[in-house]
Design a protein around this ligand. Structure first.
Ligand code: FE2
Length: 325
């Protein structure tokens, strides 16, 4: 297979760059691609961990089942929806593949590390563009180690508070699934339980506080979670859900606080959002593209779009996916 690796597509900082583009110059079959991936999967996984994201173009991936097979060629364990505390309602296509957020085309999905607002999160994400939008619909990607460097230079006091205090997130899980909401997964489904007693036991085990509301919904408050994470290679990352929560959650001022329950200063949060936007790369989707994102290093989101856009996703678990209890 004639695969070229390009580093000139994305963003660079010093000797570092992201994402890496792997482009197949010849027409290949899916079988050839799977063979190529499985022969160099260790290198590819290491490249993704170092650079944050890999974009594969021209690898003959055309359907959800192709995508599932492509993912499996990497030999990475699946992160199941059942074990996750994700609050999104998900529609699966295969056991490992599901439709990415079903929010309406005009909606912006703000930058986030997947499930960083919970103690259980995927280590990596795969995205597959089944159909590119007529306009827009890029997947923005942002290196959170670069963002942390910029924040430390400009807002050292804010970074120090993030580091010392951590963050708590508060969200309300409805009594029943609400499919059209971005955060509509019921508490029973989110917590994989069928009674209030079991829900309380699960939350207690995870270190959450909670409150039952009159309409049967459940307000959950996370334990103090780190706002900055140290990776196994020593790099530090602004690993959290702050931007998406600040910009997109209802009643954000109360929904996110430092670990001592003090509010996040608006000015600082505005600057966090601006600095992230300055270093964000917009994935220019073409139908058939696959992206592998390191969830510990890179935030993602979604741009609004016109036309039909179908981007599928799959999540990977590993040892780093769970905060030590
Ligand atoms: Fe996401």
């Amino acid at each position: 297979m004639n695969v070229t690796e390009r580093t000139d597509l994305g963003r660079t900082r010093g000797n570092d760059c992201f994402p890496l583009l792997f482009e197949c110059r010849d027409t290949v079959t899916l079988e050839q691609s799977l063979d190529w991936v499985s022969r160099q999967r260790e290198t590819l996984v290491a490249r993704a961990a170092a650079h944050g994201a890999l974009l594969f173009r021209g690898f003959g991936v055309t359907s959800d089942h192709d995508f599932d097979a492509f993912i499996q060629a990497f030999g990475l364990p699946n992160f199941t929806y059942a074990e996750s505390l994700s609050n999104a309602v998900r529609v699966n296509r295969t056991e490992r593949v599901f439709t990415a957020n079903e929010a309406p085309p005009e909606a912006v999905i703000d930058m986030h590390h997947e499930m960083a607002q919970t103690p259980v999160f995927p280590s990596r994400l795969f995205f597959f563009c089944e159909q590119a939008a007529a306009g827009g619909g890029e997947t923005p990607l942002c290196r959170s180690d670069w963002l942390l460097d910029d924040l430390a230079a400009e807002l050292p006091g804010f970074v120090a508070r993030c580091r010392e205090l951590g963050v708590r997130y508060r969200n309300t899980m409805p009594a029943e699934d609400v499919a059209q909401s971005g955060q509509g997964r019921s508490w029973a489904s989110t917590l994989s339980v069928d009674s209030r007693e079991a829900a309380e036991a699960r939350l207690a085990a995870l270190g959450y506080d909670w409150e039952w509301l009159e309409d049967g919904s459940l307000r959950a408050i996370t334990p103090v979670l780190p706002a900055i994470r140290k990776m196994s290679d020593g790099r530090e990352v602004f690993f959290n859900q702050l931007i998406a929560a600040y910009r997109g959650w209802k009643d954000a001022e109360r929904a996110i606080t430092f670990g001592d329950d003090s509010p996040f200063p608006r000015d600082d949060m505005e600057r966090v959002c601006e600095l992230a936007a300055e270093i964000t790369f917009d994935t220019p989707w073409e139908s058939g593209d696959v992206v592998l994102v390191d969830n510990f290093l890179v935030m993602h989101g979604r741009r609004p779009f016109t036309g039909t856009r179908r981007v599928l996703a799959s999540l990977v678990a590993d040892d780093g996916s769970r905060l030590a209890a």
